[in-house]
Design a binder for this molecule. Structure first.
Ligand code: FAD
Length: 413
């Protein structure tokens, strides 16, 4: 047997898994055709969003779906042809917008988010990456009374689930972030929240630490898997094979494209998201500011001011949609005043199951396979704890928390 564990995907989830397992003495290989951290995590809004327990699914999505889908000023866009070709994901997503179900999902996400720091901090210390973090709170702002009132029920649920936050008036918001120019109605300040100034650099340092500890880095693509109860054979693009006692599938939104693990039977979709970057406006804001109605964050980070967010339901293979980056640029100027042309634009792929919960657990198809994907809007936050849990499963140890809500079996009922 070549390895105790082979991990496919060197995003935040896969790299965290590999480092946790290597730290615990397993012989681990991490496999990715691209540079570590260069996938979706690289272009994220950079927030360690331990407060983000509300799923995108919500009863208000059902009532406002037509206007959300049709307005050019909407943070949501849906490719109708793609939606019609993927009825299972779409119908299941809508079924998970019921109030009782949303509360259940939020409760499960909140439970996992409470463990996020315990999963991430030891890896950050190990990788000597503390300098990549800024702890200066995070802010959500609403520009209209209607928007704030529509979010009230969700925010009360968030508070009941233990999230600490202060409600701010427009004057209090401007005292914190005087560069905001748009009309303001209310804000929420998440105290103690952190953000990362360069998520790709964070993953790279974790991967380097993994290699220093003796982990094997394989810069190749996993094409398919032959999995049995006691071992798995991982087939690489080059024709080479790796054998392992356990295989962790952490290839983000691409996970269901690796055949033989059983992931292709799960309704894994993608919520595409965008960012535009303004290099010279790095110091306009002092913390991530999310404009709730517009569906994006403005985050000061190493490369400049990143305006990141929105949701586009479309295929993994569809090209970048310039309407979405234009929307971000337009709204960012509405929020902050003239910014000049963006220096770059980016498209990424949030891996999303229709109930907005990740899949963490053994594949129903093979005992040797552990799934670790589907972290939707909060994978940067949850990557560390997911890695810790998967490393425990790979050793046959009891995980730090119950994984029943995240089991792939929920889609087999
Ligand atoms: C606009 C936007 C803003 C976001 N903001 C935040 C935020 O502020 N906070 C937060 O917590 N989350 C945020 N997210 C979500 C977060 O980025 C994702 O949940 C997270 O990146 C998922 O991590 P991952 O490791 O599963 O996937 P990825 O980061 O996509 O990594 C997957 C890796 O798998 C590799 N791979 C693919 N196919 C194969 C194969 N066949 N073989 C081997 N490797 C393969 C890829 O090359 C890639 O390196 C945001 C996402 C978007 C799009």
């Amino acid at each position: 047997m070549d390895f105790d564990l082979v991990v496919a995907g060197a995003g935040i989830v896969g790299t965290s898994t590999a480092l946790w397992a290597q730290k615990q003495g397993l012989r681990v290989a991490l496999v990715d055709p691209n540079s570590p951290g260069s996938g979706t995590v690289s272009g994220s809004a950079c927030t360690i969003a331990t407060y983000a327990c509300l799923p995108v699914n919500s009863p208000s999505v059902l009532s406002s779906l037509p206007s959300l889908m049709l307005s050019p000023e909407s943070p949501l866009s849906v490719d109708l042809l793609h939606a019609l070709r993927n009825p299972r994901w779409m119908l299941s997503f809508l079924a998970n917008c019921r109030k009782s179900r949303v509360e259940e999902i939020a409760q499960n996400l909140a439970g996992l988010l409470q463990l996020a720091d315990a999963g991430l901090d030891p890896l950050v210390a190990d990788a000597q990456a503390e300098d990549l973090f800024v702890q200066n709170d995070a802010l959500y702002v609403w520009s209209t009374r209607e928007g704030f009132e529509a979010a009230r029920e969700g925010n009360e649920l968030r508070r009941r689930l233990g999230v600490e936050m202060d409600e701010l008036t427009p004057a209090q918001i401007l005292a914190l972030e005087p560069a905001i120019k748009m009309p303001l109605h209310r804000g929420l300040l998440f105290k103690g929240a952190r953000h990362v100034v360069d998520p790709q650099a964070l993953v790279l340092r974790m991967q380097q630490r993994f290699c220093t500890l003796g982990g094997s880095w394989q810069n190749q693509r996993v094409s398919r898997l032959t999995a049995g109860p006691k071992a798995a054979t991982v087939h690489l693009d080059t024709g080479a094979e790796l054998t392992a006692r356990k295989f962790a599938l952490a290839a983000g939104a691409h996970s269901s494209r690796i055949s033989g693990a059983g992931a292709e039977k799960l309704p894994l979709g993608t919520e595409r998201g965008y960012h535009v970057l303004y290099q010279k406006h790095q110091n306009l804001l002092s913390r991530p500011v999310g404009w709730a109605e517009a569906g994006f964050y403005c985050t000061p980070m190493a490369q400049g001011l990143r305006v990141a967010g929105t949701v586009e339901i479309a295929s993994l293979d569809a090209p970048l949609n310039h309407k979405r980056t234009n929307y971000l640029g337009r709204k960012a100027e509405e929020m902050l005043g003239p910014l000049g042309p963006a220096d770059s634009t980016w498209l990424g792929y949030r891996p999303t199951l229709p109930d907005s919960l990740p899949v963490i657990g053994q594949s129903p198809e093979a005992e040797s396979v552990i799934f670790a994907f589907g972290h939707q809007h909060i994978g940067l936050t949850l990557g560390g704890i997911t890695g810790k849990l998967v490393a425990q499963l790979a050793q046959g140890k009891a995980p730090d928390c119950s994984l029943s809500a995240f089991s792939p079996l929920r889609f087999h009922r």
